[in-house]
Design a binder for this molecule. Structure first.
Ligand code: G6P
Ligand code: ZN
Length: 543
Protein backbone atom coordinates (compact mmCIF):
# COMPACT_ATOMS: atom_id res chain seq x y z
CA UNK A 1 0.00 0.00 0.00
CA UNK A 2 1.26 3.48 -0.88
CA UNK A 3 1.78 5.85 1.99
CA UNK A 4 2.87 9.45 2.27
CA UNK A 5 5.29 10.16 5.09
CA UNK A 6 5.78 13.64 6.50
CA UNK A 7 9.40 14.75 6.67
CA UNK A 8 11.55 17.79 7.36
CA UNK A 9 14.28 19.09 5.06
CA UNK A 10 17.98 18.59 5.65
CA UNK A 11 19.91 21.61 4.48
CA UNK A 12 23.12 19.82 3.50
CA UNK A 13 21.96 17.76 0.52
CA UNK A 14 23.85 19.62 -2.17
CA UNK A 15 25.18 17.22 -4.83
CA UNK A 16 28.92 17.59 -5.47
CA UNK A 17 31.09 16.64 -8.47
CA UNK A 18 29.34 13.29 -8.60
CA UNK A 19 26.10 13.12 -6.63
CA UNK A 20 25.42 13.41 -2.91
CA UNK A 21 28.23 11.93 -0.82
CA UNK A 22 28.21 11.78 2.95
CA UNK A 23 29.31 9.53 5.76
CA UNK A 24 27.04 6.54 6.36
CA UNK A 25 25.78 7.88 9.75
CA UNK A 26 24.60 11.00 7.95
CA UNK A 27 22.63 8.88 5.49
CA UNK A 28 21.25 6.84 8.40
CA UNK A 29 19.50 9.86 9.89
CA UNK A 30 15.74 9.60 9.79
CA UNK A 31 14.41 10.03 6.23
CA UNK A 32 17.76 11.32 4.96
CA UNK A 33 18.01 8.99 1.96
CA UNK A 34 14.22 9.15 1.45
CA UNK A 35 14.30 12.96 1.31
CA UNK A 36 17.02 12.96 -1.32
CA UNK A 37 15.39 10.28 -3.48
CA UNK A 38 12.00 12.01 -3.31
CA UNK A 39 13.72 15.28 -4.25
CA UNK A 40 15.17 13.53 -7.32
CA UNK A 41 11.72 12.30 -8.34
CA UNK A 42 10.16 15.70 -7.64
CA UNK A 43 12.70 17.32 -9.99
CA UNK A 44 11.83 15.04 -12.92
CA UNK A 45 8.90 15.09 -15.31
CA UNK A 46 7.18 12.35 -17.23
CA UNK A 47 8.45 9.15 -15.62
CA UNK A 48 4.96 7.74 -14.99
CA UNK A 49 4.99 4.13 -16.20
CA UNK A 50 8.67 4.35 -17.25
CA UNK A 51 11.68 2.29 -16.18
CA UNK A 52 14.19 3.20 -13.47
CA UNK A 53 17.53 1.38 -13.13
CA UNK A 54 18.81 0.87 -9.58
CA UNK A 55 22.16 -0.50 -8.45
CA UNK A 56 25.30 0.30 -6.57
CA UNK A 57 28.83 -0.75 -5.79
CA UNK A 58 27.84 -3.02 -2.90
CA UNK A 59 29.33 -0.89 -0.17
CA UNK A 60 27.94 -0.77 3.36
CA UNK A 61 24.31 0.51 3.34
CA UNK A 62 23.84 -0.35 -0.36
CA UNK A 63 21.21 -3.01 0.25
CA UNK A 64 19.18 -0.82 2.59
CA UNK A 65 19.00 2.09 0.15
CA UNK A 66 18.21 -0.23 -2.78
CA UNK A 67 15.15 -1.37 -0.81
CA UNK A 68 14.16 2.21 -0.06
CA UNK A 69 14.60 3.28 -3.69
CA UNK A 70 12.54 0.38 -5.10
CA UNK A 71 9.64 1.09 -2.74
CA UNK A 72 9.72 4.79 -3.48
CA UNK A 73 9.91 4.22 -7.24
CA UNK A 74 6.75 2.11 -7.04
CA UNK A 75 4.93 4.64 -4.87
CA UNK A 76 5.91 7.49 -7.18
CA UNK A 77 4.50 5.79 -10.27
CA UNK A 78 7.40 4.21 -12.15
CA UNK A 79 6.22 1.27 -14.27
CA UNK A 80 9.29 -0.85 -13.75
CA UNK A 81 12.62 -0.97 -11.95
CA UNK A 82 15.60 -2.93 -13.23
CA UNK A 83 17.89 -3.74 -10.34
CA UNK A 84 21.22 -5.55 -10.40
CA UNK A 85 21.16 -8.82 -8.47
CA UNK A 86 21.85 -8.18 -4.77
CA UNK A 87 21.69 -4.48 -5.58
CA UNK A 88 24.97 -4.60 -7.52
CA UNK A 89 25.77 -2.65 -10.69
CA UNK A 90 29.08 -1.03 -11.48
CA UNK A 91 28.67 2.58 -12.54
CA UNK A 92 29.52 1.94 -16.22
CA UNK A 93 27.32 -1.18 -16.25
CA UNK A 94 24.42 0.88 -14.85
CA UNK A 95 24.98 3.45 -17.59
CA UNK A 96 24.87 0.66 -20.18
CA UNK A 97 21.66 -0.83 -18.76
CA UNK A 98 19.94 2.58 -18.82
CA UNK A 99 20.89 3.05 -22.47
CA UNK A 100 20.32 -0.49 -23.69
CA UNK A 101 16.82 -0.79 -22.20
CA UNK A 102 15.87 2.86 -22.86
CA UNK A 103 15.16 3.49 -19.19
CA UNK A 104 13.98 6.89 -18.03
CA UNK A 105 17.03 7.14 -15.76
CA UNK A 106 18.85 5.45 -12.95
CA UNK A 107 19.81 5.76 -9.31
CA UNK A 108 23.40 4.74 -8.64
CA UNK A 109 24.53 4.14 -5.08
CA UNK A 110 28.23 4.71 -4.63
CA UNK A 111 30.89 6.90 -3.15
CA UNK A 112 33.27 5.76 -5.87
CA UNK A 113 36.84 5.43 -4.61
CA UNK A 114 36.09 6.59 -1.07
CA UNK A 115 36.29 3.98 1.72
CA UNK A 116 33.17 2.06 2.78
CA UNK A 117 31.85 0.77 6.10
CA UNK A 118 29.60 1.84 8.98
CA UNK A 119 31.46 5.11 9.54
CA UNK A 120 32.78 5.62 6.03
CA UNK A 121 31.27 7.02 2.85
CA UNK A 122 28.07 6.46 0.93
CA UNK A 123 26.53 8.26 -2.01
CA UNK A 124 23.45 8.59 -4.21
CA UNK A 125 23.46 9.96 -7.71
CA UNK A 126 20.90 10.29 -10.46
CA UNK A 127 21.66 9.49 -14.10
CA UNK A 128 19.43 10.56 -16.97
CA UNK A 129 18.11 8.57 -19.92
CA UNK A 130 21.33 9.01 -21.92
CA UNK A 131 23.03 6.97 -19.16
CA UNK A 132 25.09 9.87 -17.87
CA UNK A 133 25.21 11.81 -14.60
CA UNK A 134 22.46 14.41 -14.38
CA UNK A 135 23.58 17.83 -15.64
CA UNK A 136 23.82 20.77 -13.24
CA UNK A 137 20.38 22.02 -14.25
CA UNK A 138 18.90 18.89 -12.68
CA UNK A 139 21.27 18.60 -9.71
CA UNK A 140 20.54 22.25 -8.86
CA UNK A 141 16.80 21.55 -9.01
CA UNK A 142 17.23 18.52 -6.75
CA UNK A 143 19.14 20.61 -4.22
CA UNK A 144 16.47 23.30 -4.28
CA UNK A 145 13.81 20.68 -3.65
CA UNK A 146 15.71 19.16 -0.69
CA UNK A 147 15.46 22.52 1.07
CA UNK A 148 11.67 22.57 1.18
CA UNK A 149 10.59 18.93 0.99
CA UNK A 150 7.86 18.03 3.48
CA UNK A 151 6.76 14.54 2.47
CA UNK A 152 7.81 11.47 0.53
CA UNK A 153 5.93 8.55 -0.96
CA UNK A 154 6.73 4.93 -0.29
CA UNK A 155 5.13 1.51 -0.05
CA UNK A 156 4.26 -0.30 3.10
CA UNK A 157 5.66 -3.69 2.21
CA UNK A 158 7.99 -6.42 3.40
CA UNK A 159 11.61 -6.61 2.17
CA UNK A 160 11.88 -7.14 -1.56
CA UNK A 161 13.86 -10.17 -2.78
CA UNK A 162 16.71 -8.78 -4.87
CA UNK A 163 18.91 -11.88 -4.78
CA UNK A 164 17.24 -13.99 -7.49
CA UNK A 165 17.27 -13.13 -11.17
CA UNK A 166 13.74 -12.74 -12.53
CA UNK A 167 10.72 -10.44 -12.56
CA UNK A 168 7.75 -9.98 -10.27
CA UNK A 169 4.99 -7.51 -9.58
CA UNK A 170 5.28 -5.10 -6.70
CA UNK A 171 1.91 -3.41 -6.23
CA UNK A 172 1.55 -2.59 -9.91
CA UNK A 173 5.23 -1.98 -10.68
CA UNK A 174 7.45 -4.62 -12.28
CA UNK A 175 10.68 -5.40 -10.45
CA UNK A 176 13.20 -7.06 -12.75
CA UNK A 177 16.31 -8.38 -11.05
CA UNK A 178 19.06 -8.68 -13.68
CA UNK A 179 22.47 -10.29 -13.95
CA UNK A 180 24.72 -7.29 -13.30
CA UNK A 181 27.54 -8.55 -15.52
CA UNK A 182 26.10 -10.10 -18.70
CA UNK A 183 24.99 -7.02 -20.69
CA UNK A 184 28.21 -5.22 -19.89
CA UNK A 185 30.43 -8.15 -20.87
CA UNK A 186 28.51 -8.49 -24.15
CA UNK A 187 29.10 -4.82 -24.92
CA UNK A 188 32.84 -5.20 -24.31
CA UNK A 189 32.88 -8.18 -26.64
CA UNK A 190 31.36 -6.02 -29.38
CA UNK A 191 33.93 -3.25 -28.99
CA UNK A 192 37.15 -5.23 -28.69
CA UNK A 193 38.92 -7.97 -30.57
CA UNK A 194 38.50 -10.75 -28.02
CA UNK A 195 40.11 -13.29 -30.36
CA UNK A 196 43.42 -11.54 -30.56
CA UNK A 197 43.47 -10.74 -26.82
CA UNK A 198 42.66 -14.41 -26.11
CA UNK A 199 45.48 -15.41 -28.42
CA UNK A 200 47.89 -13.09 -26.57
CA UNK A 201 46.97 -14.73 -23.26
CA UNK A 202 47.36 -18.19 -24.75
CA UNK A 203 50.90 -17.27 -25.80
CA UNK A 204 51.82 -16.58 -22.17
CA UNK A 205 51.04 -12.86 -21.71
CA UNK A 206 50.68 -12.29 -17.98
CA UNK A 207 48.54 -9.65 -16.38
CA UNK A 208 47.28 -8.82 -12.91
CA UNK A 209 44.00 -7.03 -12.38
CA UNK A 210 43.39 -5.77 -8.83
CA UNK A 211 39.66 -5.37 -8.23
CA UNK A 212 40.44 -3.87 -4.78
CA UNK A 213 37.64 -5.93 -3.14
CA UNK A 214 35.20 -3.72 -4.98
CA UNK A 215 32.54 -4.02 -7.64
CA UNK A 216 34.66 -4.90 -10.69
CA UNK A 217 35.66 -8.30 -9.29
CA UNK A 218 32.79 -10.25 -10.88
CA UNK A 219 33.05 -8.24 -14.11
CA UNK A 220 36.79 -8.80 -14.44
CA UNK A 221 36.48 -12.52 -13.63
CA UNK A 222 33.83 -13.01 -16.29
CA UNK A 223 35.59 -10.97 -18.96
CA UNK A 224 39.28 -11.64 -18.33
CA UNK A 225 39.26 -15.16 -16.94
CA UNK A 226 36.12 -16.70 -18.49
CA UNK A 227 35.74 -15.02 -21.86
CA UNK A 228 39.39 -14.12 -22.56
CA UNK A 229 40.79 -17.19 -20.78
CA UNK A 230 43.47 -15.38 -18.83
CA UNK A 231 44.81 -17.78 -16.18
CA UNK A 232 42.70 -18.11 -13.07
CA UNK A 233 44.13 -15.80 -10.39
CA UNK A 234 44.70 -13.00 -12.92
CA UNK A 235 41.98 -11.09 -11.07
CA UNK A 236 42.97 -10.37 -7.47
CA UNK A 237 40.81 -9.19 -4.57
CA UNK A 238 37.89 -10.26 -6.74
CA UNK A 239 35.16 -10.54 -4.09
CA UNK A 240 33.30 -7.27 -3.48
CA UNK A 241 33.21 -6.49 0.25
CA UNK A 242 30.99 -3.88 1.99
CA UNK A 243 34.09 -2.24 3.49
CA UNK A 244 36.49 -3.07 0.63
CA UNK A 245 38.53 -5.06 3.12
CA UNK A 246 39.19 -1.88 5.09
CA UNK A 247 41.08 -0.27 2.19
CA UNK A 248 40.49 2.77 0.03
CA UNK A 249 39.24 1.33 -3.25
CA UNK A 250 41.17 4.04 -5.08
CA UNK A 251 43.42 2.78 -7.86
CA UNK A 252 46.38 5.09 -7.42
CA UNK A 253 50.00 4.64 -6.48
CA UNK A 254 49.24 4.98 -2.78
CA UNK A 255 46.26 2.68 -2.41
CA UNK A 256 47.29 0.16 -5.07
CA UNK A 257 50.88 0.10 -3.89
CA UNK A 258 51.07 -3.71 -3.85
CA UNK A 259 50.27 -3.78 -7.54
CA UNK A 260 52.74 -1.01 -8.24
CA UNK A 261 55.51 -2.81 -6.34
CA UNK A 262 54.76 -6.02 -8.21
CA UNK A 263 54.96 -4.28 -11.57
CA UNK A 264 58.28 -2.69 -10.62
CA UNK A 265 59.75 -5.97 -9.35
CA UNK A 266 62.01 -6.58 -12.34
CA UNK A 267 62.11 -9.37 -14.90
CA UNK A 268 59.55 -11.53 -13.17
CA UNK A 269 56.93 -8.81 -13.05
CA UNK A 270 53.78 -9.50 -15.09
CA UNK A 271 53.53 -7.84 -18.52
CA UNK A 272 50.62 -5.65 -17.56
CA UNK A 273 48.93 -4.47 -14.37
CA UNK A 274 45.62 -2.71 -13.88
CA UNK A 275 43.13 -1.85 -11.17
CA UNK A 276 39.72 -0.25 -10.83
CA UNK A 277 37.93 1.64 -8.07
CA UNK A 278 34.96 1.07 -5.75
CA UNK A 279 32.28 1.44 -8.42
CA UNK A 280 34.32 0.37 -11.45
CA UNK A 281 34.61 3.60 -13.37
CA UNK A 282 38.25 4.48 -12.70
CA UNK A 283 41.35 2.71 -13.94
CA UNK A 284 45.01 2.41 -13.11
CA UNK A 285 47.39 1.23 -15.81
CA UNK A 286 50.92 0.02 -15.05
CA UNK A 287 53.14 -1.69 -17.58
CA UNK A 288 56.10 -3.80 -16.58
CA UNK A 289 58.42 -1.23 -15.05
CA UNK A 290 56.35 1.78 -16.13
CA UNK A 291 53.43 3.63 -14.57
CA UNK A 292 51.20 5.26 -17.18
CA UNK A 293 49.65 8.51 -15.96
CA UNK A 294 45.92 8.83 -16.67
CA UNK A 295 46.67 11.83 -18.88
CA UNK A 296 49.17 9.84 -20.97
CA UNK A 297 46.82 6.87 -21.03
CA UNK A 298 44.07 9.05 -22.53
CA UNK A 299 46.42 10.29 -25.24
CA UNK A 300 47.74 6.80 -26.04
CA UNK A 301 44.26 5.25 -26.14
CA UNK A 302 43.03 8.00 -28.44
CA UNK A 303 46.04 7.64 -30.76
CA UNK A 304 45.58 3.85 -31.02
CA UNK A 305 41.82 3.41 -30.70
CA UNK A 306 41.42 2.56 -34.40
CA UNK A 307 43.11 -0.79 -33.64
CA UNK A 308 39.96 -1.93 -31.81
CA UNK A 309 36.95 -3.02 -33.91
CA UNK A 310 34.57 -0.65 -32.12
CA UNK A 311 36.66 2.35 -33.18
CA UNK A 312 37.99 1.10 -36.53
CA UNK A 313 36.47 4.06 -38.37
CA UNK A 314 38.42 6.51 -36.25
CA UNK A 315 37.31 8.83 -33.47
CA UNK A 316 35.28 12.00 -33.87
CA UNK A 317 37.06 14.06 -31.24
CA UNK A 318 38.60 13.99 -27.77
CA UNK A 319 37.56 15.73 -24.55
CA UNK A 320 39.52 16.10 -21.35
CA UNK A 321 38.92 17.89 -18.08
CA UNK A 322 40.85 21.13 -17.73
CA UNK A 323 43.36 19.87 -15.13
CA UNK A 324 44.19 16.82 -17.31
CA UNK A 325 47.49 17.25 -19.17
CA UNK A 326 47.54 18.48 -22.75
CA UNK A 327 49.06 15.21 -24.04
CA UNK A 328 45.77 14.32 -25.75
CA UNK A 329 45.62 17.74 -27.43
CA UNK A 330 48.68 16.80 -29.49
CA UNK A 331 46.99 13.60 -30.63
CA UNK A 332 43.84 15.48 -31.65
CA UNK A 333 45.93 17.99 -33.55
CA UNK A 334 47.74 15.25 -35.46
CA UNK A 335 44.50 13.41 -36.23
CA UNK A 336 42.84 16.66 -37.27
CA UNK A 337 39.89 16.14 -34.93
CA UNK A 338 38.18 18.32 -32.32
CA UNK A 339 39.62 18.76 -28.82
CA UNK A 340 37.45 20.00 -25.92
CA UNK A 341 38.50 21.15 -22.46
CA UNK A 342 35.78 20.84 -19.81
CA UNK A 343 35.52 21.37 -16.06
CA UNK A 344 36.26 18.44 -13.73
CA UNK A 345 33.32 16.03 -13.60
CA UNK A 346 32.27 13.39 -16.08
CA UNK A 347 28.87 15.02 -16.48
CA UNK A 348 30.44 17.74 -18.64
CA UNK A 349 31.28 15.19 -21.34
CA UNK A 350 27.65 14.11 -21.78
CA UNK A 351 26.58 16.83 -24.20
CA UNK A 352 29.71 16.44 -26.34
CA UNK A 353 29.20 12.69 -26.55
CA UNK A 354 25.46 13.00 -27.27
CA UNK A 355 26.17 15.53 -30.02
CA UNK A 356 28.74 13.22 -31.62
CA UNK A 357 31.50 15.80 -31.22
CA UNK A 358 33.79 13.44 -29.29
CA UNK A 359 34.31 9.68 -29.02
CA UNK A 360 36.93 9.42 -26.26
CA UNK A 361 37.08 11.35 -22.99
CA UNK A 362 39.42 11.32 -20.04
CA UNK A 363 40.38 12.91 -16.77
CA UNK A 364 43.57 13.07 -14.75
CA UNK A 365 41.62 11.49 -11.88
CA UNK A 366 42.02 8.06 -13.49
CA UNK A 367 38.87 8.20 -15.60
CA UNK A 368 38.77 7.25 -19.25
CA UNK A 369 35.81 6.28 -21.39
CA UNK A 370 34.04 6.60 -24.69
CA UNK A 371 30.71 7.02 -26.38
CA UNK A 372 29.76 3.38 -25.59
CA UNK A 373 28.27 4.56 -22.26
CA UNK A 374 27.96 7.93 -20.51
CA UNK A 375 30.24 7.22 -17.56
CA UNK A 376 33.93 6.67 -17.38
CA UNK A 377 34.72 3.00 -17.54
CA UNK A 378 37.62 1.26 -15.81
CA UNK A 379 37.45 -2.15 -17.48
CA UNK A 380 36.84 -0.55 -20.87
CA UNK A 381 40.18 1.27 -20.56
CA UNK A 382 41.92 -1.94 -19.51
CA UNK A 383 40.43 -3.84 -22.45
CA UNK A 384 41.35 -1.14 -24.95
CA UNK A 385 44.91 -1.30 -23.64
CA UNK A 386 44.87 -5.10 -24.03
CA UNK A 387 43.50 -4.78 -27.56
CA UNK A 388 46.27 -2.32 -28.46
CA UNK A 389 48.96 -4.52 -26.88
CA UNK A 390 47.66 -7.57 -28.75
CA UNK A 391 47.37 -5.75 -32.02
CA UNK A 392 50.74 -3.96 -31.93
CA UNK A 393 52.75 -6.74 -30.29
CA UNK A 394 54.78 -4.12 -28.38
CA UNK A 395 55.17 -3.95 -24.62
CA UNK A 396 53.39 -1.23 -22.66
CA UNK A 397 56.75 0.48 -22.08
CA UNK A 398 57.52 0.50 -25.81
CA UNK A 399 54.09 1.92 -26.58
CA UNK A 400 54.54 4.73 -24.04
CA UNK A 401 58.10 5.59 -25.08
CA UNK A 402 57.19 5.62 -28.76
CA UNK A 403 54.23 7.86 -27.98
CA UNK A 404 56.47 10.37 -26.22
CA UNK A 405 59.01 10.23 -29.04
CA UNK A 406 56.26 11.10 -31.53
CA UNK A 407 54.33 13.72 -29.58
CA UNK A 408 56.69 14.90 -26.83
CA UNK A 409 56.15 14.15 -23.15
CA UNK A 410 53.88 16.05 -20.78
CA UNK A 411 55.44 15.47 -17.36
CA UNK A 412 52.54 15.54 -14.95
CA UNK A 413 51.80 15.20 -11.26
CA UNK A 414 49.00 16.06 -8.85
CA UNK A 415 49.64 17.08 -5.25
CA UNK A 416 46.68 16.71 -2.90
CA UNK A 417 46.32 18.32 0.49
CA UNK A 418 43.46 16.39 2.05
CA UNK A 419 41.27 17.34 5.00
CA UNK A 420 42.53 20.91 5.26
CA UNK A 421 40.53 23.60 6.98
CA UNK A 422 37.77 24.73 4.57
CA UNK A 423 38.18 28.42 5.32
CA UNK A 424 41.93 28.30 4.80
CA UNK A 425 41.47 26.47 1.49
CA UNK A 426 38.86 28.94 0.27
CA UNK A 427 41.04 31.87 1.28
CA UNK A 428 43.99 30.39 -0.61
CA UNK A 429 41.93 30.16 -3.79
CA UNK A 430 40.43 33.63 -3.24
CA UNK A 431 43.87 35.15 -2.82
CA UNK A 432 45.02 33.61 -6.10
CA UNK A 433 41.86 34.78 -7.83
CA UNK A 434 42.51 38.29 -6.55
CA UNK A 435 45.90 38.55 -8.19
CA UNK A 436 45.26 36.86 -11.54
CA UNK A 437 45.26 40.11 -13.50
CA UNK A 438 48.64 41.14 -12.18
CA UNK A 439 50.46 37.86 -12.93
CA UNK A 440 50.98 37.72 -16.72
CA UNK A 441 54.49 38.88 -17.60
CA UNK A 442 55.84 38.42 -14.07
CA UNK A 443 58.54 35.95 -13.07
CA UNK A 444 58.18 33.18 -10.51
CA UNK A 445 61.66 31.77 -9.98
CA UNK A 446 62.98 31.35 -13.51
CA UNK A 447 59.52 30.90 -14.99
CA UNK A 448 57.57 33.64 -16.74
CA UNK A 449 53.79 33.67 -16.42
CA UNK A 450 52.16 33.89 -19.83
CA UNK A 451 48.49 33.70 -18.80
CA UNK A 452 46.48 33.35 -15.62
CA UNK A 453 42.73 32.83 -15.29
CA UNK A 454 39.86 31.30 -13.40
CA UNK A 455 38.63 28.61 -15.78
CA UNK A 456 35.10 29.06 -17.10
CA UNK A 457 33.45 26.60 -19.48
CA UNK A 458 31.04 27.53 -22.22
CA UNK A 459 29.26 24.36 -23.25
CA UNK A 460 29.17 24.43 -27.08
CA UNK A 461 26.05 22.26 -27.18
CA UNK A 462 23.62 23.79 -24.69
CA UNK A 463 25.51 27.08 -24.26
CA UNK A 464 25.47 26.84 -20.48
CA UNK A 465 28.33 28.50 -18.62
CA UNK A 466 30.15 27.05 -15.59
CA UNK A 467 32.42 29.48 -13.80
CA UNK A 468 35.14 29.18 -11.15
CA UNK A 469 36.35 25.77 -12.23
CA UNK A 470 39.99 26.15 -11.22
CA UNK A 471 42.82 28.68 -11.21
CA UNK A 472 45.21 28.23 -14.13
CA UNK A 473 48.67 29.73 -14.21
CA UNK A 474 50.37 29.15 -17.53
CA UNK A 475 54.07 29.71 -18.12
CA UNK A 476 56.06 30.34 -21.28
CA UNK A 477 56.89 27.04 -23.04
CA UNK A 478 53.65 25.22 -22.21
CA UNK A 479 54.14 24.45 -18.52
CA UNK A 480 51.39 25.20 -16.04
CA UNK A 481 50.13 24.93 -12.50
CA UNK A 482 46.43 24.57 -11.70
CA UNK A 483 44.79 24.99 -8.29
CA UNK A 484 41.32 23.75 -7.44
CA UNK A 485 39.30 22.47 -4.53
CA UNK A 486 37.96 18.95 -4.80
CA UNK A 487 34.21 18.54 -5.18
CA UNK A 488 34.12 14.96 -3.93
CA UNK A 489 35.55 15.04 -0.40
CA UNK A 490 33.39 14.40 2.65
CA UNK A 491 35.48 16.01 5.39
CA UNK A 492 37.11 19.44 5.32
CA UNK A 493 38.54 20.59 2.01
CA UNK A 494 40.98 18.98 -0.38
CA UNK A 495 43.28 21.31 -2.26
CA UNK A 496 44.52 19.86 -5.53
CA UNK A 497 47.57 21.28 -7.25
CA UNK A 498 48.14 19.99 -10.78
CA UNK A 499 51.60 20.46 -12.23
CA UNK A 500 52.58 19.96 -15.85
CA UNK A 501 55.62 20.52 -18.06
CA UNK A 502 55.86 19.84 -21.78
CA UNK A 503 59.15 18.34 -22.92
CA UNK A 504 59.59 17.88 -26.68
CA UNK A 505 63.18 16.55 -26.46
CA UNK A 506 63.25 12.71 -26.47
CA UNK A 507 66.67 12.78 -24.79
CA UNK A 508 64.93 14.25 -21.74
CA UNK A 509 62.01 11.81 -21.50
CA UNK A 510 63.32 9.63 -18.66
CA UNK A 511 63.72 12.06 -15.80
CA UNK A 512 62.01 11.21 -12.49
CA UNK A 513 58.68 13.10 -12.57
CA UNK A 514 58.97 15.11 -9.33
CA UNK A 515 62.47 16.13 -10.34
CA UNK A 516 61.34 17.18 -13.81
CA UNK A 517 58.66 19.33 -12.17
CA UNK A 518 60.71 20.71 -9.25
CA UNK A 519 60.78 24.35 -10.38
CA UNK A 520 57.02 24.31 -11.03
CA UNK A 521 56.34 22.76 -7.63
CA UNK A 522 58.36 25.57 -6.06
CA UNK A 523 56.47 28.12 -8.16
CA UNK A 524 53.14 26.73 -6.94
CA UNK A 525 54.25 27.22 -3.34
CA UNK A 526 55.49 30.72 -4.04
CA UNK A 527 52.26 31.72 -5.80
CA UNK A 528 49.81 30.22 -3.31
CA UNK A 529 51.63 30.07 0.03
CA UNK A 530 50.31 26.54 0.58
CA UNK A 531 52.46 25.81 3.62
CA UNK A 532 51.59 28.92 5.56
CA UNK A 533 47.91 28.91 4.65
CA UNK A 534 47.18 25.22 5.24
CA UNK A 535 49.79 24.51 7.89
CA UNK A 536 50.91 21.52 5.82
CA UNK A 537 54.55 20.83 5.01
CA UNK A 538 53.85 18.32 2.28
CA UNK A 539 50.97 16.93 0.22
CA UNK A 540 48.96 14.02 1.66
CA UNK A 541 48.96 12.20 -1.67
CA UNK A 542 51.15 12.61 -4.73
CA UNK A 543 49.97 10.94 -7.92
C1 G6P B 1 34.75 11.81 -9.60
C2 G6P B 1 34.15 12.36 -10.84
C3 G6P B 1 35.23 12.76 -11.80
C4 G6P B 1 36.20 13.71 -11.14
C5 G6P B 1 36.74 13.12 -9.87
C6 G6P B 1 37.61 14.08 -9.07
O1 G6P B 1 35.39 10.61 -9.87
O2 G6P B 1 33.31 11.42 -11.45
O3 G6P B 1 34.66 13.31 -12.93
O4 G6P B 1 37.28 13.98 -11.99
O5 G6P B 1 35.67 12.71 -9.05
O6 G6P B 1 36.85 15.15 -8.65
P1 G6P B 1 37.39 16.15 -7.56
O7 G6P B 1 36.37 17.24 -7.55
O8 G6P B 1 37.53 15.40 -6.27
O9 G6P B 1 38.75 16.60 -8.06
ZN1 ZN C 1 34.40 5.73 -9.25
Amino acid sequence: MTKTVATRPYLDQKPGTSGLRKKVPVFQQENYAENFIQSIFDSLDGFEGQTLVIGGDGRFYNREVVQIAIRMAAANGFGKVMVGRSGILSTPAASNVIRKYKAFGGIILSASHNPGGPTEDFGIKYNTGNGGPAPEKITDAIFERTKSIDAYKTLQTADIDIDQIGSFDLEGMVVEVIDPVADYADLMEELFDFNSIRNMFSLGFRMVFDAMSAVTGPYAKEILENRLRAPSGTVRNATPLPDFGGHHPDPNLVHAKDLYDLMMSGDNAPDFGAASDGDGDRNLIIGKDIFVTPSDSLAILAANAHLAPGYADGIAGIARSMPTSAAADRVAEKLGIGMYETPTGWKFFGNLLDAGKVTICGEESAGTGSSHVREKDGLWAVLLWLNILASRGDSAREIVQQHWATYGRNYYSRHDYEGVDSDAANELVEALRGKLDTLPGTKVGDLTVSEADDFAYHDPVDESVSKHQGIRILFDGGSRVVFRLSGTGTSGATLRVYIERYEPDAARHNIETQEALADLIAAAEELAGIKSRTGRDAPTVIT
